[in-house]
Design a binder for this molecule. Sequence first.
Ligand code: A3P
Length: 305
Amino acid sequence: PSAKNWDGTPLYFYKGVWYPVSGIRGALSFQQHFIARDTDIILASMPKSGTTWLKALAFSVVNRNIYSPTESPLLTTPPHDLVRFFEMDLYSKNQLPDLEQLPSPRIFSSHTHYESLPPSIRGSSCKIVYICRNPLDQLVSYFHFARKFKRENVKPLTSIDEGFDNICRGIQSYGPFWESVLGYWKASLERPDKVLFLKYEDLKEDITFNLKKLAEFLGLPFSEKEEKEGVIQEIAELCSFDNLKDLEVNRTGFFKSAGAPNSTFFRKAKVGDWCNDLSPSMAERFLKIVEEKLAGSGLSFKVSE
Ligand code: A3P
């Protein structure tokens, strides 16, 4: 281990990526062993960027002809159990999961950077959907998530100032932030049929437009009849923060692989909430670093409503 994460656990630097202790072995095993199918759908993100939301949305779009919104498994199962993480869950602790039995299309998720994905994912026609969030809200969300953990013999960081220098150097779970984002951003420009790049803030602003974009990208566009019948709105409501956070299944229970209660994946879901935790000078410093790293890429973020 060469650094500490915000929750006090070690981080490992491997081929340009900071892996948490819960993900390093799984990430290596995933990279070595996973064989993609052309029909697979991979949801990728930095932690705390809207992964849980994207899982609910993609699951609902893909399975909309199997379950009506009132019968959706999302009502009784946490999104992370319906769309499982590769490195932290399926491949963690040296497990070699049997994924052959799963019917197509399979939906998985990952925090692995584009460059570190298994060759069969980049080489096959499977689809990748990346969700990114502005770096200030992502890091504040991560801070609140990390400080909820109580681990034996580990002293978690208690103030946002303590880990901030590390964050500015890109040291966080699956960081550097800019490497993760840039890898998928460039891939989405080079291969728009393969990689869809979504922004959390855009989804908050116009979920209907973005659900249509997601469905079209996945080759499952909404028909006129579906649009008239309000299927898009039903999915948006089912997957909304207000709906998911109040479900019994998400208020209780524990997500073992992440070592976190299910409820920790639902906090405020606001754009611009960072201003309650970061001072203006911290925000300015971090934004300047991210902007320098992304210079010339054409990628920008909305940091307030
Ligand atoms: P906040 O901590 O800012 O509230 P991830 O799913 O990648 O772990 O990201 C978690 C963040 O997404 C949290 O942000 C959480 O509240 C927010 N979130 C979870 N479910 C959501 C939903 N259905 N719609 C919008 N935001 C959601």
